[in-house]
Design a protein around this ligand. Sequence first.
Ligand code: NAD
Length: 282
Amino acid sequence: MSPAPDTVPALTLPGDVRIPQLGFGVYQVEPEQTVEAVTAALEVGYRHVDTAQMYENEAEVGEAVEAFGRSQVFVTSKLNNGLHRPDDARRAFDETLRKLRTDTVDLFLVHWPLPTLYDGDYVSTWRTLGEFLADGRARTIGVSNFQVAHLERLAAETDVVPAVNQIEVHPYFVNDEVRAYGAAHGIVTEAWSPIAQGKVLDDPVIVDIAEAVGRTPAQTVLRWHVQRGDIVFPKSSRRERMEENFALFDFELDESAMAALTALDRGERTGPNPDDFNYIPS
Ligand code: NAD
């Protein structure tokens, strides 16, 4: 038996939009496996799915979510890197809604700031997402992989504060400077690659804490994120791992365990540095 979906706490975003603190990520889930994976995750109890135009599985997410019941699921997508110019972003957003089979996406993000492309102009891109918020087709909007300098520029040049910043966070890369900026400015942190794609799970400190609380290393690390107040959406195509990653709300880590996990920080990213990332999918 899986825990009930209502065991997952929700956080409140601007506009009183409630977002489940635990979701299901579909990065690197092949399109042909996505309907099955998302359906399994919804059956397990997940009510929040994180996709992106870049993942090329929005249509399959849309199919699974529609079959389950669109109104029951919080759905996020993200603008692709090659589509930052306002007209491209508008067309791409229309396409996202069509593929997700919905009139309204719950959260739409600028996937990467790409400060070395588009003459460094991620501000116009952000303003374009503001149109989708204003016309109601995005319930909330946010950014992803924005560094403090990028967030400061949005604050200086626009009126809309991102609801979230989705950034790499795990025990080997705690990313506390960007998280602290978010906390001080009303921007919720979403932690991507929360278990560093599995790389932190055999760390002896994590294994010891997991044994002490009688949980798995993945549950221990995901619980650390939840207690730090971040949103997480671990990815797995295997149902037993979806169940494992969902069972986070019936135990707690004490202060010393929390501190020991945070102290594992090595400033070690698993993904690219947003300051120079310039990948455009072909
Ligand atoms: P993750 O940290 O969630 O790790 C996923 C991998 O860990 C899986 O492929 C699986 O092999 C393994 N795993 C999962 N559960 C496990 C368990 N219980 N025990 C052992 N191994 C387990 O990494 P991720 O998929 O990169 O990140 C999660 C989500 O974050 C993505 O699916 C995506 O939605 C989002 N994301 C966003 C960005 C961005 O730029 N905004 C970048 C990367 C990921």
